[in-house]
Design a protein around this ligand. Structure first.
Ligand SMILES: NC(=O)C1=CN([C@@H]2O[C@H](COP(=O)(O)OP(=O)(O)OC[C@H]3O[C@@H](n4cnc5c(N)ncnc54)[C@H](O)[C@@H]3O)[C@@H](O)[C@H]2O)[C@@H](O)CC1
Ligand SMILES: Nc1ncnc2c1ncn2[C@@H]1O[C@H](COP(=O)(O)OP(=O)(O)O)[C@@H](O)[C@H]1O
Ligand SMILES: [K+]
Length: 509
């Protein structure tokens, strides 16, 4: 699924209207029906009251249609139609004409000088003041309206976008002139601003409802940004051949753990095996062999001569992929050994995480010796150490593009909606995962998953995208079973199997 800028979303709407073909008022009806179904899923009891704030653009037109539909389903619905701009769009005017006031449906028009009526906190507000047509901070009256809604104490559902939020760059926006929604129900396509951490306070819980936009337009219109879907990830899966043997699925080499952080090596190793690697050799400091063996009996062990940290390694020629970094420490000898490894492994698939990244950040000359298409998996702090700080999320994305290009590397910037950046300027945003995964060792699990995929012959691009998706799915399955609070990194590992099964079921549909 692509992420398009607002102008292209409009063009896709137009293409759908012209080529399906469908009248634009009917497309609005279809979109409104999809949103209404989602609202009814959130509030199945018809004793819930709704107040709909509708602007005079097409987002407001959606709001009017949603109000009509909810009232027909038995929900008491009050519309506040805001007339600030003289021009009501034609579809919005048609929907205005379709409002027949009744016991369940009332409408009041508010002009700029109007006193805003009181809405009781039990009412759910549906915000359709503005959608993707906003290209500057809201004017004074609309800002006042937004502040009123934000202060109402009501649950707020925004349609398409929280009103006032621009679809991409909000660095010059007025933070007080944007709706702070509890839920955002967006139409068919995720908009960039909805996926950025800086907009969390506006977007709330995001859901995406299909409205039947034309598949040819979705395919044909260009975008370098993508949203990773189950369908996309499931198509990437390699089928295991009948006559395969363990050599078919690669021999991975994981360099992880130190005297104080053996757990990182254990979690990564387990995740690597659970993701389907044929063989895994894990390099750890001397003396820790028994603990690793008990935790992951499937793994082979390569011991360092040092009991504290990573100081040497044996030949790497037999391995298909290397993972380095989890729990490694940043000892001076470790730095020199990693430098040597990068030179030796120039042509090997590699994933670098955690202290591996910190070493690169504090020894930037090492970045020049990265194997081509290496995968780097920083969390935001690690990425800042590598690439410098940013003032807002749009600048952060610019950094990502530049860094991936400059170092011919895939960057997996972790967080909610983890972003994978490719050296040729494409981005993929994660659609799965949950805050329960913000727990120690969760990143080590991701490294093990990506390493395993690289070892099995997945390209760095596939390994990054599929790895992020499997990790997020496994986290979601674990959270559903045992709550976000109780989810620990091991729970993610334990759910990798169910994540695979889920993707295979989708693939085989
Ligand atoms: N056929 C279509 O194009 C469809 C559009 N749909 C809805 O239409 C929305 C987009 O509609 P519009 O393009 O009419 O946009 P909006 O509904 O966001 O309204 C934009 C209007 O507000 C004005 N405006 C922009 N910034 C302003 C500001 N800072 N202060 C005051 N006024 C401002 C604009 O000049 C324009 O008149 C989507 O978000 C979606 O909800 C859906 O009905 C699906 C179909
Ligand atoms: N709020 C969140 N929503 C979704 N995923 C999250 C969230 N917070 C963290 N994660 C995921 O959990 C993992 C955390 O990795 P990292 O910060 O490296 O943890 P650690 O260093 O403890 O292993 C990443 O894959 C990240 O995407
Ligand atoms: K809105």
């Amino acid at each position: 699924m692509k992420i398009f800028p607002a102008e292209l979303v409009k063009a896709i709407d137009q293409y759908t209207i012209a080529n399906e073909p469908i009248a634009s008022i009917d497309l609005m009806e279809r979109a409104s029906m999809a949103v209404t179904s989602k609202v009814m899923e959130l509030y199945p009891e018809s004793n819930q009251e709704f107040s709909i704030f509708a602007g005079s653009g097409n987002n407001g037109g959606d709001g009017l249609a949603i109000a009509r539909m909810l009232s027909q389903q038995g929900y008491r619905t009050q519309i506040y139609f805001i007339q600030t701009t003289p021009s009501t769009t034609s579809d919005t005017a048609i929907n205005l004409g379709r409002i027949v006031p009744s016991e369940n449906l009332t409408i009041e028009t508010l002009k700029p000088e109007a006193v805003i009526p009181y809405v009781t906190p039990e009412t759910v507000i549906i915000d359709t003041l503005f959608g993707s047509g906003v290209n500057r901070p809201l004017d004074a009256f609309n800002k006042h309206m937004v502040e009123y809604i934000n202060d109402s104490g009501c649950t707020i559902i925004s349609v398409d976008l929280p009103s006032g939020l621009m679809a991409e760059d909000n660095s010059t926006n007025d933070p007080d002139a944007i709706i702070r929604a509890d839920y955002t129900i967006t139409l068919e396509l995720p908009k960039l601003a909805l996926l950025l951490p800086e907009n969390e306070q506006y977007v709330g819980e995001l859901s995406i409802v299909p409205i039947g936009l034309h598949p040819k337009a979705l395919e044909g219109f260009p975008s370098n940004m993508h949203f990773i879907t189950n369908e996309m990830a499931s198509k990437m899966l390699y089928k295991r051949r009948k006559f395969a043997h363990k050599g078919t699925f690669g021999h991975c080499y994981l360099i992880a753990g130190s005297q104080k952080m053996l757990g990182a090596a254990i979690l990564s190793s387990k995740a690597c095996m659970k993701t389907g690697a044929g063989l895994l050799t894990t390099h750890i400091p001397a003396g820790l062999q028994t603990a690793l063996n008990i935790a992951v009996p499937e793994v082979m062990i390569d011991q360092d001569s040092n009991t504290e940290c990573f100081t040497q390694y044996s030949s790497i020629t037999n391995y298909d992929a290397i993972g380095v970094g989890p729990g490694l420490g940043t000892n001076t000898t470790t730095i020199a050994t990693l430098a040597q490894l990068l030179t030796d492994a120039r042509r090997m698939p590699m994933v670098i995480d955690a202290d591996g990244l910190n070493i690169l950040a504090y020894n930037k000359e090492l970045l020049k010796t990265l194997p081509k298409f290496a995968i780097l998996t920083p969390h935001p702090k690690e990425f800042e150490r590598l690439a410098g700080s940013w003032n807002n999320d749009i600048e952060k994305i610019e950094r990502l593009y530049q860094f991936a290009k400059e170092h011919s590397a895939y960057i997996v910037l972790k967080g909610a909606h983890t972003i994978v950046a490719s050296p040729d300027g494409r981005l993929w945003f994660a659609s799965v995962g949950n805050p329960g995964m913000a727990t120690a060792g969760s990143g080590d699990v991701l490294t093990g998953i990506i390493l395993s995929l690289l070892g099995q012959g997945y390209s760095p691009e596939e390994a990054s995208i599929l790895g992020v998706h499997l990790h997020g799915l496994a986290g979601d399955i674990a959270a559903k079973e045992e709550s976000q609070e109780a989810l620990i990194a091991s729970s993610i590992v334990d759910s990798i199997g169910r994540a695979f099964k889920f993707l295979w079921e989708i693939r085989n549909l």
